[in-house]
Design a protein around this ligand. Sequence first.
Ligand SMILES: [Zn+2]
Length: 343
Amino acid sequence: MNELLKKLTEAVGVAGDEKEVRLLLRDLIADHVDEWRVDSMGNLIAHKKGAGASDLRVMVDAHMDEVGLMITDIATDGTLQFTGVGGFDDRALLGKVVQVGPKKHTGVIGAKPIHLLSSSERERVVKMDAMRIDIGAKNKDVAGKLVNVGDRAAFVTSYEELGPTALGKAFDNRAGCAALVELLRAEPYPFDLYAAFTVQEEVGLRGAEVAAYGIDPEVALVLESTPAYDLPNNNDASPNVVLGEGPSIYVMDRRAIQDPRLVAHLTQVASEHEIPFQIRQPGGGGTNTGSIQTSRSGTRAVTLAIPGRYAHTPAMLINLDDYAHTVRLAELFLRSLTDIVSE
Ligand SMILES: [Zn+2]
């Protein structure tokens, strides 16, 4: 059992409320870095001093936040109205168990039983604003003692390993966070490494923007989880990678064109060491590369991602070999980085 992935995916950190994940990460890395700090937005920034061979400033980013829900109102019957924090398909929500607020009250996103639905209701998608979270409170007073407007709600999913596949919530992006923890636990790099576990990626790449400004790196590597979409799709050309065929390297998405020298360096290192990899089909989506690349006077940046099925739903699947290959490729990429910048 990968305890790092289990701990990190079962922790709760909906965008803007990442404290539980931040404290967990701080404890996981504290003995392996020279110093760490938390900036005003809540990014956890750690500095691992280099072995002295290079004075390059390198940032490795992994966002800590996950998509979730925020309570917007408490109804007289004690049920909770909510909105999304990050992107959702409303159809993925009905009937799901959630944990609400800092005390993690269990609730369910209530659904009308199918045998009570009229035929027209069966045809319609229920929208999020018509859904309620039911925490079993009998009225508004009772619910108001347990939950506050503004509290987050997150899915409840236990981490499990199914052969080479792992199931859990929030692999986007706790898989990236776990990979970054492993990079920090390795021997010092030739240069100073700044690890940024960033906040609020899911609401617009916000934490990475200030983290990059503060670190002022020359090169940045963004560790992510990217949607695997290896399902029957009738010639749909959506960005598509496959579970189990290796780390995914970005070239272009809606927010950034990746630095071509770093893309070439990643593919070259992977080929040299016989690490499988996939070029993510260029297209939609966006990662923290989008905000890091344009910080200050610009940063060379690239995204390396672990493919994950069913992102932004209560349960995702990743392949553990893809995860291990991502950690290995990221480490080898970093250790050989001095060559590329001296070109
Ligand atoms: Zn992500």
